[in-house]
Design a binder for this molecule. Structure first.
Ligand code: HEC
Ligand code: HEC
Length: 342
């Protein structure tokens, strides 16, 4: 059940690199520096099934509710039911043997400690590792509460989190077979020269299926989106006989340099909601909606994007939930969104 987030892979590589270079070797080879204790602590955040590695602290579902609604509900639903095709976090008990099992934290996960680790490491999807430990404890408690695993006022802490019994705990067992079984070939063996090792490591998490109407998993959300858009343009051109102009060239002809620069920020930080209209976000392609919003002036739109605001349609998180973005990058992304309407 452990889908390794990419950061875990990076961790493994980084640890390997540390071990390979090491303090004394860095002298020998004149490259790299020994990792400091603080640098290692920054990577060393895994939590074991028995709770080892949990930071000191505690939290409860009552406090977690508000944070969950701000940071998680737009994708996972107010009750963990999952918006659109985003993952469901609660319910699904007793469905694992069905044709279409609903695998959730409550129905599937064997350890509660994984939930803390996963939220801290990987969520919210657009801003991993942005929550502090207090928020992670509160939100973890809230997700357990949504799954009826703890009471609302239960004080979840580093001492009791690993003791929570997950319903599907016994559905997992330790496979103690050796992980390598490789008897030597003695007859009719393949010529080693004819063997080729092949591997690929792209699109570890296929997320194309989260795009409405996507018919195949894609290695990236915006990649799938671009593909759908260009297919649509081709279909249209085939009917009207018009010439296909590349969308980039078309846009560049009308956009300011700032707006063109803003497209990259849009793709990484805004498209997750604004491409599809997720959580009530006005869709980039919905020109009418944007012309209406533009009546309040570009400045107000920019302030709303920078500082966040709750409108009639939903909640726009400050900078799209990405505190790491500069004001300039967000401003340019707004210009990109606005000038795309011309
Ligand atoms: C922008 C949408 C989005 C937001 C906001 C978001 N998530 Fe997620 N979440 C995802 C996606 C996509 C996945 C699947 C990731 C994967 O499989 O690599 C996921 C997976 C998860 C999972 C694992 C589900 C499973 O059974 O495999 C948990 C738990 C989770 N999120 C909790 C949270 C919490 C808690 C928050 C708020 C702090 C949050 N998420 C905010 C999109 C989001
Ligand atoms: C988690 C989803 C989400 C993300 C990510 C997101 N937005 Fe939004 N955004 C919204 C929602 C929802 C609204 C509509 C709120 C309303 O009017 O009720 C909105 C509205 C806006 C508006 C219109 C404001 C107005 O006053 O009408 C702008 C501009 C905007 N977003 C820019 C951005 C930019 C720039 C980014 C990326 C840096 C971004 N958004 C990322 C959800 C999101």
């Amino acid at each position: 059940m452990f889908r390794l987030p990419k950061s875990a892979l990076a961790l493994a590589i980084a640890l390997f690199a540390c071990a390979a270079v090491g303090a004394s070797n860095s002298q020998d080879y004149q490259i790299g520096t020994a990792a400091t204790a603080a640098e290692i602590a920054g990577w060393d955040i895994d939590i074991r099934a028995d709770g080892k590695g949990l930071p000191v602290g505690s939290g409860n579902a009552i406090n977690g509710e508000e944070s969950y609604e701000i940071f998680c509900a737009s994708c996972h639903g107010v009750f963990g039911e999952g918006e659109g095709r985003w993952p469901v976090l609660a319910g699904g008990e007793g469905t694992l043997a069905d044709d279409r099992p609903v695998k959730t934290v409550g129905s599937y996960w064997p350890y509660a400690s994984t939930l803390f680790d996963y939220i801290r490491r990987a969520m919210p999807f657009t801003a991993p590792m942005s929550l502090d430990d207090q928020q992670v404890y509160d939100i973890t408690a809230y997700v357990l509460y949504l799954n009826d695993l703890i009471e609302e006022d239960f004080e979840l802490s580093q001492d009791n989190l690993a003791q929570i019994e997950m319903p599907n705990q016994d559905g997992f067992f330790v496979d103690n077979r050796p992980d390598v079984s490789n008897p030597r070939c003695m007859a009719d063996c393949a010529d080693p020269a004819s063997l080729m090792i092949q591997s690929s490591l792209s699109g570890i998490t296929p997320i194309g299926h989260f795009v409405e109407g996507a018919d195949a998993p894609a290695s990236s959300h915006s990649g799938q989106h671009d593909l759908e858009a260009s297919k649509e343009a081709e279909r249209k051109a085939a009917i009207t006989g018009e010439q296909l102009v590349s969308s980039v060239a078309q846009k560049n002809a009308v956009m300011s340099a700032e707006a063109i620069a803003g497209e990259a920020t849009y793709k990484v930080a805004c498209g997750v909601c604004h491409d599809s209209g997720l959580a009530g976000a006005p869709k980039l392609a919905d020109t009418d909606a944007w012309l209406t919003r533009l009546q309040q002036g570009k400045e107000i739109l920019t302030i709303h994007a920078l500082e966040g605001y709750a409108g009639a349609k939903g909640y726009m998180p400050a900078k799209g939930g990405r505190a790491d973005l500069s004001d300039e990058a967000v401003t340019n992304a707004v210009l990109f969104m606005v000038e795309s309407q011309q």
